[in-house]
Design a protein around this ligand. Structure first.
Ligand SMILES: [Zn+2]
Length: 429
């Protein structure tokens, strides 16, 4: 498990490359009436893991307790596969100790059965659109999309025993928000205990055996990622209301804003801000990344779906299913991080620290600092590029971090040792 520490809406985890344990984020105030929200049990269902991730990063829980596991099957998310070794959602009755999913399944089962969890919501993107009658190949009783799923109508002794009543309420709420009548939501009761052998092995049925009120919400794989995510968020919010969780979010809930939330800039920091990238519009390859000699790249991100994965000639950065960029490292010994650096931005002096991004209208000029040289990547004047007025027209755009040629790295090295001492980003507006 990766435990995230919430600090003013920023999530921090120190990770090794190749650590693809799921994130476990606790929001709100501890309570014995906790809702557990799970996304990403199958890696090819981005609506579910994007919705859970947006709740984890963007929603502010003002009352009640919400736990979020946005990326339960993180390796399968990174590989864009349903499961890296079979379907994780069939491993909850039994999982082999040698199964690569063993640790994740055992850990989530512990969280599900925690005495404080009262309601479990598992998010899926199913095929087509469920309908009680056959309409066409996409809309018929065999499909799973656009459903609120329960394993049985009631669960006596659970905190919320009326599963079918709750699922119906969620369905009704979703149907007031549908984008097209073909997306109409239905309640699907799999009546698992009556002999659905496949569903007996599922996460929600495991939760039912632990006396937890469990539900699955299915968006449709026939929709794009932001539409699926939108429907999931509508459902999640209604479940939160049922549990008594109050929240705020920094946007009005509609498909356009959900797309923006999915695509917003994500901060990726290596070695406590020694090297930072703001993931947006990235070039597919970044060369000469100053990583630390003799160490795994320790990183943290503002988003739990970001992973840095070792590959043949460096590291690839993934955001959920999406490839972001490949980093080709150049290894350096690290000095102590510079405490601050003065930069003149359009003639005005500002004081910044490693990992900052500054915005420049016309030019910037780095004040010379004792024992430090500045290397502006893509500006070719010499070894130390302090005390020079640097305009966008001076930059070789192929060295930019972004595809639009606006954002550049400035790297700081200790002299004469040539140890790496930090960096900042310059964005020309
Ligand atoms: Zn699924």
């Amino acid at each position: 498990m990766r435990f995230f520490v919430a600090f003013f809406m920023i999530f921090i985890a120190s990770l090794n490359a190749n650590n693809l344990d799921f994130a476990f984020i606790k929001k709100g105030t501890p309570s014995d009436n906790t809702m557990l929200l799970i996304g990403g049990i199958q890696g090819d269902e981005p609506g579910g893991f994007l919705a859970a991730s947006i709740v984890a990063t963007d929603y502010n829980i003002t009352q009640g307790s919400l736990w979020v596991v946005p990326n339960l099957n993180f390796p399968s998310i990174i590989q864009r596969a349903r499961g890296t070794k079979g379907d994780m959602n069939r491993k909850f009755a039994h999982v082999d100790v040698n199964d690569p999913d063993y640790k994740a399944v055992i850990n989530i089962k512990k969280i599900i059965s925690d005495k404080n969890v009262s309601l479990v919501l598992n998010l899926h993107d199913g095929s087509g659109f469920y309908s009680d009658t056959y309409v066409n190949a996409d809309i018929n009783p065999k499909k799973w999309g656009s459903t609120c799923i329960i394993d049985q109508a009631r669960l006596e002794g659970a905190k919320y025993p009326d599963l079918i009543g709750i699922a119906s309420k969620i369905k009704d709420t979703l149907n007031t928000k549908i984008l097209n009548s073909s997306h109409t939501y239905h309640v699907k009761n799999t009546k698992t205990a009556e002999g659905d052998l496949e569903m007996l092995k599922s996460l929600t049925y495991y939760a039912v055996t632990q006396n937890k009120s469990a539900f699955a919400n299915e968006a449709s794989k026939n929709l794009n990622a932001e539409e699926r995510t939108f429907y999931h968020l509508v459902a999640i919010e209604e479940y939160m209301r049922i549990v008594g969780i109050k929240f705020t979010r920094p946007f009005e809930l509609n498909v356009k804003n959900v797309k923006k939330a999915i695509e917003k800039e994500i901060r990726l920091s290596f070695f406590d801000d020694m090297f930072v990238l703001n993931l947006m519009d990235m070039r597919p390859n970044l060369n000469y990344i100053p990583l630390k000699k003799g160490s795994q790249p320790l990183y943290s991100s503002s988003n739990p779906l970001v992973a840095v994965i070792k590959d043949s000639n460096g590291y690839k950065v993934q955001y959920g299913n999406r490839f972001v960029t490949r980093l080709v490292p150049q290894y350096f010994d690290y000095a102590k991080q510079v405490d601050f650096i003065n930069v003149f931005v359009d003639g005005r002096q500002i004081k910044i620290k490693s990992g900052d991004k500054i915005q420049v209208k016309h030019f910037f000029n780095i004040e010379r600092k004792n024992g430090i040289r500045a290397n502006v990547i893509g500006y070719g004047s010499g070894l130390d590029e302090s005390e020079e007025n640097i305009y966008k027209k001076n930059m070789m755009s192929r060295y930019s971090v972004d595809k639009s040629g606006k954002i550049y790295r400035v790297e700081l090295y200790e002299t004469p040792s040539n140890k790496f001492a930090g960096m900042f980003l310059v964005e020309f507006l």
